[in-house]
Write a new protein. Structure first.
Length: 450
């Protein structure tokens, strides 16, 4: 009864929310009809929302997860009607119910508010699901895992409302204690970042909760760092998408986020190195099994620097001597990978031939489909030789944009065969050409390679 009075402000959605239960009336009784509609809405809407958001209904949804999409969508659309309905849904603790449904036995509520064995659970969502060529995720994943997309859209709507209440209304958060504990669960974000289809809603939730919140910012830094250490080459794209939005949050902790993840200080006692992605990637540079992974990381890293700019550029290059912490090993890895991509001929010469052909014929070569953050969609099926070459050029351009000279940063042993200590014939012949690559501004201009 107390909540029903909140719905009196929703007159504008009466006609679309429920049909009129009254017979047609004359114009003279229009005022009476409007009052009747308001009373109907106030009486039925709260009852309806309560009925579809009980623990029993949520349990029913879990048990029938393959057919749960319509119920999820209904709740999602109800939350978008107006702020009154949104607030009512929050008062029903729908935030913690959604997270509990998605996480199952990994939920913060499991074993605390109820006995885990007392509830049925949907299959785990902690399953890697990468983007396919048609923009979806593999059918092999959709057949065996629930699709919580609408639930996450609803969660993002509810979280945004609560955050706005804190920021603009200067009032206490509308979240309950259990809601707050659930949205601050590290398990939630490690689960969401496993699947490409959840990236947009995960980004929305993360950016809302990170704003002017150092504790939550630290949590997301830890999650992103761990995802870089656990994911495969195919899973990097949507992690970089989240990372870009996270670093572009404009508040009092903007620089802190950049320094936490991309600190160039080599002091081991510096606590900001705890979640340093650059240090993590540098530790993989001598691992032959991680070469493709690093190639994609470096290509996406150059795009990230360009997109975020500002604080990230300052973190990487102020003072400019910081560039020497990360640029040399990146240049070395990519240059050597270009040579590795060639079977017998010079990898650099093969890359030029492939790129020239692709420029002339409108094709980027042939290779397996791979969605890479920072690459054009037309480059999603280019050969690895071409991708390595383009990454090398983009890396050089990135270094130049930060005020450093890549010619002076690439190590001499980048031109030496692995483990031999002696430069190969092809490497000796191509050393000058590699220098030429470093100063290339784009891939489409004419090159005299004679």
């Amino acid at each position: 009864p107390q909540q029903s009075s909140l719905l009196g402000d929703a007159v504008e959605v009466v006609d679309t929310a429920i049909p009129s239960l009254q017979p047609e009336v004359s114009v003279n009784s229009a005022t009476s009809t409007l009052q009747q509609k308001v009373e109907i809405y106030r009486a039925l809407c709260p009852r309806f929302i309560i009925a579809i958001s009980t623990n029993e209904k949520m349990q029913f949804l879990v048990e029938n997860w393959r057919k749960s999409g319509s119920m999820q969508l209904l709740l999602c659309e109800l939350a978008k009607l107006n702020s009154t309905v949104t607030e009512f849904l929050i008062s029903r603790q729908l935030i913690s119910q959604i997270i509990d449904t998605i996480l199952g036995n990994q939920s913060p509520l499991s074993g605390v508010l109820y006995d885990p064995s007392s509830r049925k659970r949907a299959p785990t969502s902690y399953v890697a699901a990468y983007r396919t060529k048609d923009g979806s995720i593999p059918v092999s994943v959709t057949r065996v895992t629930p699709d919580w997309t609408h639930f996450l859209s609803l969660l993002a709507t509810l979280v945004q409302y609560c955050k706005n209440q804190e920021l603009y209304m200067l009032s206490k958060s509308a979240m309950s204690e259990w809601d707050s504990q659930c949205v601050n669960s590290k398990t939630l974000y490690t689960t969401l970042l496993r699947q490409y289809r959840y990236v947009n809603h995960a980004t929305s939730i993360i950016t809302q909760l990170s704003y002017d919140n150092k504790v939550f910012t630290n949590l997301i830094c830890e999650v992103l760092f761990e995802e870089f250490s656990l994911t495969s080459t195919e899973g990097l794209a949507h992690i970089f998408i989240v990372l870009e939005s996270f670093l572009r949050i404009s508040d009092s902790w903007t620089l802190f986020r950049c320094q936490s993840l991309f600190n160039c200080n080599e002091n081991p006692m510096d606590l900001t190195n705890q979640f340093n992605i650059l240090e993590l990637l540098a530790g993989m540079k001598d691992n032959a099994l991680k070469t493709k992974f690093l190639c994609v990381c470096i290509r996406s890293f150059t795009a990230l620097v360009s997109q975020v700019g500002g604080s990230l550029k300052d973190t990487l290059s102020r003072p400019v001597s910081k560039v020497s912490v990360w640029a040399p090993w990146m240049l070395k890895v990519i240059y050597r990978y270009m040579n590795q991509c060639s079977a017998s001929n010079s990898a650099v010469m093969d890359a030029i031939a492939a790129t020239s052909s692709s420029t002339a014929n409108g094709s980027s070569g042939s290779g397996p489909y791979l969605y890479v953050y920072g690459e054009a969609e037309s480059d999603s099926e280019i050969a690895w030789t071409v991708r390595a070459e383009k990454t090398f050029v983009e890396l050089n351009s990135c270094i130049v944009s930060l005020g450093a000279n890549p010619d002076l940063l690439i190590p001499d042993d980048a031109f030496v065969q692995n483990g031999s200590g002696v430069a190969s014939d092809s490497t000796k012949n191509d050393e000058n050409l590699a220098r030429y690559f470093q100063n290339a501004e784009n891939l489409g201009h004419e090159m005299d390679i004679d």
